[in-house]
Design a protein around this ligand. Structure first.
Ligand code: AMP
Ligand code: MG
Length: 350
């Protein structure tokens, strides 16, 4: 990964990061319509494409190295574009190494356990990326805005006190720290949508027949709790953006821009891990070479002993020639530059 590009990504996402320890007031601190220097969707197409390519490359390396895992947490209000963002950003990755888990209203079985249980059983393994479409943060968002959810959790009295949210923040921070310490990076994204853009998107779901299925009256009811949610989000961002797992607030009023941000943030996390394809030990290589000889000896009459080797030889010869030509061109150019300017030019007419 070239350093300039890495720095560019780091700089770009820096303004979206919630500084650990800072006190967030969502409406004041983050503009849902922000789009950096990009003016229009078409300005961002190349950037998004590059982001997807980066993710593809790094995900393959993460899987091959098999040491680290990544949990991507996506939180948002309804119609902020979680599903579409996930679809777009992950469009290039190998589905064997990435899975999405959507957390719904907890089941009876889930309610029968501690509140972090269902998130734990859905964590990724090493080499994998898990995307949490909603996450353990629902436990301090919807559960907080609608206290009947807390009732359903059948907590003992001492776990239900006034300080329940402070305790949950502390639990969550501790849980994430444990994950990070053990090789599982936690990437947290909040898609920040404005109230007006949400109104328009909900209307769109009503107006467009092929979007009707997405429409839910419950979403409009939830909209009635806008201020409560803004407050719950602000407190959650303030309390749980940590050095080991910071929050990113992604401006979500422009879907295409949100997608650029999300791919940049996930790519940055993978670049930080810097996963490598495992290197072969000398011993393992020796075994490979011996096996090759054995397989070559089994070639039937008339067949190339190792057709891949023949192909590989041709490819490396071609690559060698290309490098040579490039070097020759460069040398010629340098020799040209050393001569005083204009010396090779024809004599100006007197
Ligand atoms: P959707 O994402 O549209 O499929 O809706 C999932 C629903 O499940 C949303 O209304 C969430 O608020 C709700 N939900 C997710 N997690 C929890 C939770 N821990 N407790 C209560 N409701 C939840
Ligand atoms: Mg919904």
């Amino acid at each position: 990964m070239n350093d300039k590009r890495t720095m560019h990504i780091a700089e770009f996402i820096n303004s979206l990061r919630v500084a650990p320890g800072s006190k967030v007031s969502l409406a004041k601190d983050f503009d849902p319509a922000y789009r950096a220097g990009f003016l229009k969707k078409k300005d961002g197409v190349k950037t998004l494409q590059r982001g997807v390519e980066l993710l593809t490359e790094y995900q393959a390396r993460l899987a091959a190295q098999d040491t680290y895992g990544v949990v991507v947490v996506i939180q948002a209000l309804d119609a902020a574009g979680k599903d579409g963002t996930i679809r777009h950003v992950m469009s290039g990755v190998n589905p064997q190494g990435v899975f999405v888990h959507s957390f719904k209203v907890p089941s009876a079985e889930e309610l029968d356990h501690d509140y972090l249980w269902r998130y734990t059983v859905n964590l990724p393994g090493r080499g994998e990326i898990a995307i949490f479409n909603r996450s353990h943060y629902e436990e301090v968002l919807v559960v907080r805005v609608h206290p009947e959810n807390l009732e359903r959790q059948r907590l003992p009295a001492q776990a239900r006190g006034k300080d329940v949210w402070t305790r949950r923040y502390r639990d969550i921070n501790g849980w994430e720290r444990h994950l990070v310490d053990n090789g599982f990076k936690v990437v947290k994204l909040f898609l920040n949508l404005s109230q007006e853009e949400q109104r328009v998107r909900l209307l769109r779901r009503i107006d467009l027949p092929d979007h009707n299925w997405k429409f839910s009256v419950a979403d409009v009811e939830e909209r009635g709790y806008w201020d409560d949610y803004q407050k719950a989000f602000s407190e959650m961002l303030s309390a749980t953006s940590t050095e080991w797992a910071p929050w990113y607030v992604v401006p979500a009023d422009h879907k295409w821009f949100a997608r650029i941000c999300v791919s940049a943030i996930i790519a940055h996390a993978l670049i930080e891990i810097d996963p490598r394809f495992p290197e072969m030990s000398a011993e393992a290589r020796k075994v490979l070479e011996q096996t090759r000889l054995q397989l070559e000896a089994e070639a039937p009459k008339g067949a190339a002993p190792d057709p891949f080797q023949t192909e590989a030889d041709a490819a490396s010869e071609k690559a060698r020639k290309k490098v040579e030509t490039k070097a020759r061109k460069k040398a010629r150019k340098e020799a040209g530059n050393k001569t005083a300017p204009g010396l090779d030019d024809p004599e100006p007419a007197a």
